[in-house]
Design a protein around this ligand. Structure first.
Ligand code: CMC
Length: 432
């Protein structure tokens, strides 16, 4: 039985009252602080997938899953996507405030100062097999960067942390493009510091040393917007991983590499490529959308509609709302006629009117439309999750920094309810 009163929650179990303080956030969400539950009462909580557990207090990103709202440091995602640039949003997330014009110029200059990789890192890219997945290369190269900047490892040293956040932001597009160039056997392209962040990335991805590469401003802006939309999403799987790794005081590079591996999975950032694989399969199978909706509803079939559903959003994912219109606009402006967009629209229409999806509040998420746009911009499917990682990087770093600066932080170390054998006698191998 639960009873709440101002700033406290009392639970009665076996005629005993357990009273806990409650914490109310700036948007009214209430957390029951059970930090002393085990110490005082020798009991723990069990919460699969941490669906009911706040692991920290955070001032970075606000998500309201019921109303479909997303804000970075108080600013609506719709405004940032329409008006800001990706480096500006990265600065906002990491430093807490929007930069002034001068601060932004300084930040961009700092980023330009670190776009090159240490030449010795090139041997590492060469060592991967030709078909290596770029996400594997990305996380390996990020972890490897820690070996080049060992004197910046101290998480308590503000200057080291600042330098590391700049280095990671500046170098990740270079790493990503090297991973791609390696996979197609083309020469690695060095960054061009006269270009803005997204244009430079496009140049390193699609340029060649033997001919000029013209930046399409529509493509560059579309990429910038996509990166902004991915930049943070509070305590998701990869961000929680970054925080957990960092809670042991592991350095920023190692913590971010951990987050990248978590992002790779198809239930998280890997969903954007899984969506394209699914749409292609439906297309090649004659475009029978009903058949795939039925498969997704069949509990004996492991198939799920990729790009649908979200742990937090029980209404439209606002990023998907922005991207739906944006996808149609970008495809039109680029003159791309992609049959997969029609299948995506049909699938969405079916799913939104079907009881199964309506009852479970399964709406398209960010990954449903982002893949369509990445594809129209010319990115190969295997790079989609890498793009998500470049976008999410400032969020990971902001969250890591907040965790390190929070005096309440302790090493992340969940408990378990042990469900195995009780003590038993060992028998020697020849007696078994
Ligand atoms: N297709 C069919 N059924 C679904 C789907 C789906 N995509 N997603 C959830 N369900 C069903 C699920 O079977 C369950 O049904 P029931 O109550 O009958 O057992 C119910 O909806 C609740 O699902 P859940 O798995 O308990 O929800 P969750 O919060 O644990 O998982 C999710 C969230 C995003 C992992 C899940 O919806 C999913 O697997 N979606 C497809 C993968 C995807 O698009 N991931 C990207 C997430 S958004 C961006 C990001 O994080 O990277």
């Amino acid at each position: 039985m639960f009873k709440t009163s101002d700033g406290e929650l009392t639970v009665t179990h076996d005629d005993q009252d357990y009273t806990f303080p409650t914490v109310t956030g700036t948007e009214g969400d209430v957390g029951v602080d059970i930090s002393r539950l085990r110490g005082d009462h020798k009991k723990i909580t069990l919460d699969y997938g941490f669906a009911n557990t706040a692991a920290c207090r955070s001032s970075i990103t606000y998500v309201n899953g019921e109303t479909g709202e997303l804000r970075y440091r108080g600013y609506r995602i719709e405004d940032l996507a329409a008006k800001a640039t990706f480096p500006e949003v990265a600065y906002l997330l990491i430093n807490g405030e929007l930069p002034t014009k001068v601060e932004l110029e300084e930040y961009e200059a700092e980023l330009r100062g670190h776009t090159l990789l240490n030449e010795e890192m090139k041997a590492m890219f060469d060592a991967f097999p030709r078909g290596a997945h770029p996400m594997g290369i990305l996380s390996a190269a990020t972890a490897a960067m820690s070996t080049f900047y060992e004197r910046y490892h101290d998480p308590r040293d503000e200057e080291s942390v600042k330098e590391s956040t700049v280095r990671l932001m500046a170098k990740l597009p270079t790493v990503a493009s090297f991973a791609y160039k390696k996979s197609i056997g083309q020469p690695y392209m060095y960054p061009r510091n006269d270009l803005d962040y997204s244009s430079n990335f496009l140049y390193m991805m699609f340029g060649l040393p033997v001919e000029p590469y013209e930046i399409d401003p529509v493509v560059a802006r579309a990429l910038d917007v996509l990166l902004i939309l991915h930049a943070d999403h509070e305590q998701n799987c990869s961000t929680s991983t970054v925080r957990l790794v960092g809670s042991s005081e592991a350095n920023l590079f190692a913590s971010v590499a951990g987050g990248m591996n978590a992002l790779w999975g198809p239930l998280h950032g890997g969903a954007n490529s899984a969506v394209i694989a699914m749409l292609t399969q439906i297309d090649q199978d004659g475009g029978d959308v009903d058949k795939y909706v039925a498969k997704a509803k069949d509990k004996d079939d492991p198939f799920r509609l990729m790009g649908f559903g979200h742990r937090v959003y029980k209404n439209f994912d606002p990023r998907a709302t922005i991207l739906k219109d944006f996808a149609a606009d970008v495809l039109e402006r680029l003159g791309v006629n992609d049959p997969l967009l029609n299948i995506a629209l049909k699938l969405e229409e079916h799913a939104l009117t079907d009881d199964y999806f309506v009852e479970r509040k399964l709406y398209p998420n960010v990954d449903f439309y982002s893949g369509m746009i990445f594809r129209s911009l010319g990115f190969p499917v295997r790079m989609f999750t890498v793009l998500f990682a470049i976008g999410r990087l400032p969020g990971w770093m902001a969250q890591w920094k907040e965790m390190i600066e929070d005096p309440n932080t302790r090493i992340g170390r969940p408990r378990q309810v042990y469900a195995g054998y009780q003590e038993r006698e060992y028998t020697a191998v020849d007696e078994r």
